[in-house]
Design a binder for this molecule. Structure first.
Ligand SMILES: Nc1ncnc2c1ncn2[C@@H]1O[C@H](COP(=O)(O)OP(=O)(O)OP(=O)(O)O)[C@@H](O)[C@H]1O
Ligand SMILES: [Mg+2]
Length: 423
């Protein structure tokens, strides 16, 4: 176990357009909660922005998490969740050991021991005067090999640690790693997320996600671009990151990102209370380009239904934060899920009366919430059905689906007849 449990960490931020981070403040463990203090030097900077509002207004002194939250959402979002926490816990235990729970280590340990290249524009350090990034790099093949050894319970060697380190800072449950595209790829230097396959995947999850992301682009959603590759004979999905931005004078900027959970001011354990109408209300009030964004959100709901992506929980939605306004990020993690039985339900309610059943009729009934007429909603649905029907074959080819995969997906995960049911 950790010799010492950290009680504080310094929060560093890449301000918009800046190539390097500055210290913004400090998080402090106080029993069950984590409080936040802005640093005086940060508050004196003319270009300082609040890390997120209404959570952390630019003011001196101690800031408690709001409501039932144990830590400000913007801080939580920057840390590892299921996958990264398992890796860090294994580093402490010597190997992956399912008899231990990731709750055994506190959030500050996870923030301070994960890689410094994390989603969004924050990092955590044990000092406020010098910035020392925690690094670690490995090739995709090394990462795939290390992941297999790790999941098989092999001793946590320095090599394994080095290979898995760049996956410790990112959220989500599946094994993954952050990479920079090298050499002769289509866009050298591009920052990517690599999502790996595992031996225990109940179906070809990575190929299914490749199809989901491809079809999303084809129906016209704003979606992260992806490519499928292989490492050690297993599928790997490469997802282009949207939270990195080349700067005009060279170098790379980082964009602040908050999850849907943070937008809705919910603690991790409250995720089931997240709803699409609550997100729509926020979009109306605080997002850039609200009408187009509401249409995009509605189209994403429809698309999730089209492809049985029922894993559309609040952490699978996010927004950029520039200190004043929010902008919906491109869509990500659009992965057709297995269906059992005829009916399915989305992870977040679609209508104000709490309906979450995966049917187009539910979407049309909720159209007004997304500033659409019933006819406009029906057109969006019709358009997606047409494109998916016409382009499914091409998307399946691009993802290298076998005949068996296609059989398994079409009419079951993709455009299941139940989506048309009227009640
Ligand atoms: N293209 C992207 N650019 C920047 N950040 C991203 C991108 N795609 C995903 N993320 C971030 O990485 C996190 C994990 O990615 P993702 O949701 O794809 O993983 P997952 O393991 O499939 O998640 P889940 O636990 O929902 O199944 C997301 O919650 C989001 O914060
Ligand atoms: Mg996810």
């Amino acid at each position: 176990m950790a010799a010492l449990t950290p009680t504080e960490a310094f929060v560093w931020v890449w301000l918009p357009g800046a190539p390097a981070p500055v210290p913004a403040g400090r998080v402090v463990a106080e029993g069950e909660i984590i409080t936040f203090y802005y640093g005086r030097s940060y508050l004196e900077r003319p270009e300082a922005i609040p890390l997120y509002l209404p959570e952390l207004p630019l003011q001196r002194g101690r800031q408690r998490p709001r409501g039932a939250m144990r830590v400000a959402g913007v801080i939580r979002d920057a840390g590892p969740d299921a996958w990264g926490q398992r890796v860090i816990l294994a580093r402490h235990l010597g190997r992956l050991d399912h008899s231990h729970d990731t709750a055994e280590l506190g959030l500050l340990t996870y923030l301070l021991e994960s890689h410094s290249d994390r989603i969004g524009a924050l990092d955590f350090q044990d000092r406020s005067d010098v910035y020392v990034p925690r690094s670690g790099s490995a090739t995709l093949t090394e990462v795939q090999a290390a992941t297999e050894k790790f999941l098989a319970g092999e001793q946590f060697s320095p090599d394994l640690d080095e290979a898995l380190m760049r996956g410790t800072s990112i959220g989500g449950a599946r094994p993954k790693v952050l990479l920079r595209e090298t050499g002769d790829g289509p866009a050298p230097g591009r920052e990517l997320i690599a999502k790996l396959s595992t031996q225990t995947d109940p179906y070809p999850v990575v190929r299914a996600e490749a199809v989901g992301m491809d079809l999303a682009a084809r129906v016209g959603l704003n979606v992260a671009s992806t490519a499928l590759t292989q490492a050690l004979g297993r599928d790997v999905l490469l997802v282009e990151r949207f939270d990195r931005a080349p700067l005009p004078d060279g170098g790379e900027g980082r964009r602040l990102v908050v999850s849907g959970l943070t937008l809705l001011e919910l603690d991790e354990v409250e995720g089931r209370w997240a709803t699409y109408p609550a997100l729509a209300d926020l979009i109306r009030a605080r997002f850039t380009d609200p009408d187009a964004t509401l249409r995009e959100l509605f189209s994403r709901i429809v698309f999730n239904i089209c492809v049985s992506n029922t894993d559309d929980h609040a952490r699978n939605h996010a927004a950029f934060w520039d200190g004043e306004q929010l902008t919906l990020t491109p869509a990500y993690d659009l992965c057709p899920q297995l269906r059992s039985g005829e009916t399915a339900a989305q992870a977040m309610a679609i209508s104000r009366d709490g309906r979450r059943d995966s049917r187009f009729a539910t979407c049309v009934d909720a159209a007004e919430t997304y500033h659409l007429t019933r006819a406009q909603a029906a057109d969006i649905i019709e358009h997606q059905i047409t494109v998916i029907t016409e382009e499914w074959g091409a998307a399946a080819d691009a993802a290298g689906l076998t005949d068996a995969d296609r059989e398994q997906m079409w009419g079951r995960q993709i455009l299941n007849p139940a989506v048309h049911h009227t009640e």
